[in-house]
Design a protein around this ligand. Structure first.
Ligand code: FRU
Length: 564
């Protein structure tokens, strides 16, 4: 099915045509107070309420003339097991669907520049969430607007009525965004290679220019589709229901709640298992800018959902990540274990990171559940999904005591992703901490370094009972917002701290407290980090268990091999 009134144009031809549209989605344009329904005070469209994530090209450092010719940095920072686009700029994951044995990963994509803008839906597929194969662009930018974030559902029973007799397929629900309008559209496909706009679009229009990022799930108890979608500047999440994906009725709104920031973006609603039984509903809301850590971040609320409305247990936001580079997560449809992927980036600096030909990568796929934290209540618990299958032969590293002030080290292979799992105890005094914490000091540092004096360090301070992630001693990228040091409280259970760390070129993902504290960070060392050192200070430490593995490369991309 094609939209005859708006025939797709060749991508390059549109760049000139749509330049004014792109410029209008700019930061810092006149602010008009939002009315309750998102319309301008005079009831007409035309209010300019920009998407803060997409600053005007000409205003951005680096300008709009970026070469896509690959340079040495493009290879040095290229991840081996994380999805990154071959060329161009990528942000949010879209349309995550598992169907017929294939995982679909669509994503926000400008194929022609390594800057955000002219957004299409890029596409990759995989049978295991790690070996990704690039596919053609699935949804184009058209004269109706850019193809902003959205989701895809399978429609095995043709509930939508959008397929011919005997056919079933996939339906994308996404935002068409132009300078003055954001509306929800649907597009269909049989195998997901191309998603073709259905007749009758838009299917949902509030006459707003800050209404985006629909995520649709099928709610079996009520036998209908449920859409969560951001009314971005109102700081509300709209809940809409539909029997057929074409006709939508507003059921409720959630918010303002939690962290507001400037824009609410990319909501997700999912039922997650709780560690000791049962399940709860969780509403995820990304905000940009306005994260306490700076820029963009994703928060979540645990609560109940009755098919029409979401009620949070507490109107308190919990932020998913203690570092800065986890945004716009989306959950897979069609999987048994709740699994999500997020964009590893932050709108504060994603368009200036030091790669040239490509920018943007996805997090590893993560299995999500809820677990009880004795102090903070129910919290999200995350673990990388199925990573064990990539493990190469163990790199020898012995457990045992490390005396205060000493270290243990091992060389790391360059150009390969690395997984470190470690359990350690900083203070071996079985009587526990003395009053005021005296005698319970000590730091345990996990340091990835090189002979250029660069270091990425992750560790625990026993007295503060906090973990840190410090990327400030890497020299490949400097920018005012690219801050270096992050921390999170951790209360080691049985006085042991457990970390699982995945290092892959320009990325590090740190899982601790059984995945209830996770730090996701972009890292840009000027030279590869090829030494791992475990270092203690102020106290002895015991390493109870340590496992270090290289991870087999899964991406068909040129990665660092010692020279470029
Ligand atoms: C979030 C976001 C979404 C929007 C998309 C555009 O990163 O700003 O709200 O749909 O990016 O690429």
């Amino acid at each position: 099915m094609s939209d005859i009134s708006n025939p797709p144009l060749p991508r390059r031809a549109m760049l000139g045509l749509l330049a004014t549209g792109a410029a209008a989605i700019s930061l810092g344009a006149e602010a008009v107070p939002a009315s309750q329904n998102g319309m301008a005070a005079n009831g007409k469209r035309g209010k300019h309420e920009p998407n803060a994530s997409h600053p005007e090209l000409a205003d951005r450092p680096g300008g709009n003339h970026q070469s896509l010719a690959p340079a040495a940095v493009d290879i040095m920072y290229r991840p081996a097991i994380h999805y990154s686009p071959k060329l161009g700029f990528m942000n949010d994951p879209n349309g995550l669907l598992h169907r017929d044995g294939l995982y679909h990963l669509y994503f926000q994509y400008d194929p022609d520049a390594s800057l955000a803008g002219h957004v299409h839906w890029g596409h990759a597929t995989s049978s295991d969430l790690y070996h990704w194969h690039d596919q053609p662009i699935a949804i184009d930018e058209t004269p109706s607007g850019e193809a902003f974030t959205g989701s895809v559902v399978a429609d095995p029973d043709n509930l939508s009525g959008l397929f011919k007799a005997g056919q079933t397929g996939m339906v994308a629900i996404y935002t068409r965004a132009s300078a003055h309008s954001q509306t929800q559209w649907i597009a269909t496909g049989l195998d997901g290679q191309t998603l073709t706009d259905a007749p009758g679009n838009p299917v949902l229009d509030l006459h707003s220019d800050s209404f985006r990022d629909p995520k649709v799930i099928f709610h079996a108890p009520s036998g209908q589709w449920v859409m969560v979608v951001a009314l971005s500047r109102l700081h509300q999440i709209g809940f809409f229901t539909s029997p057929d994906l074409q006709h939508w009725t507003e059921a409720s709104r959630f918010g303002p709640a939690g962290l507001l920031g400037i824009d609410y973006e990319c909501p997700n609603l999912v039922e997650l298992p709780v560690a000791d039984g049962g399940s709860r509903w969780v509403l995820f809301v990304s905000i940009n800018p306005g994260s306490p850590q700076g820029g963009s971040c994703t928060q979540y609320f645990v609560g109940d959902f009755d098919g029409r409305a979401f009620t949070a247990d507490r109107p308190v936001a919990q932020i998913i990540d203690f570092a800065k580079d986890f945004y716009a997560l989306q959950f897979y449809a069609g999987v048994e274990k709740p699994t999500a992927i997020a964009w590893m980036g932050n709108w504060q600096y994603c368009q200036e990171v030091p790669t040239h030909a490509w920018r943007g990568l996805m997090t590893l796929p993560r299995e999500m559940s809820l677990a009880h934290d004795p102090i903070q209540g129910l919290r999200l618990a995350q673990q990388p999904a199925g990573l064990e299958a990539l493990r190469g032969p163990r790199i020898a590293m012995d457990p045992g005591r490390i005396d205060a002030g000493s270290a243990r080290q091992v060389a790391l292979p360059e150009g390969q992703a690395i997984e470190l799992s470690i359990t350690f105890e900083i203070d071996n005094d079985p009587s526990g901490p003395a009053a005021g914490g005296k005698g319970r000091g000590g730091r345990f540092a996990i340091e990835f370094s090189n002979d250029q004096g660069e270091m990425l360090s992750i560790g625990v301070d026993a007295l503060a009972q906090q973990a840190w992630l410090d990327r400030s001693r890497l020299r490949g990228f400097s920018q005012p917002f690219f801050t270096g040091q992050f921390s999170t409280p951790i209360a080691p259970r049985d006085r042991r701290a457990r970390f699982r760390i995945i290092l892959d070129a320009c990325s590090v993902e740190v899982f601790t407290q059984d995945g209830m504290e996770v730090g996701t960070a972009l890292i840009y060392p000027a030279a590869p980090l090829n030494l791992l050192r475990l270092h203690t200070s102020g106290s002895d430490a015991i390493v109870h268990a340590v496992e270090l593995h290289p991870l087999a490369k899964t991406m068909e991309r040129s990665t660092w091999s010692g020279e470029v």
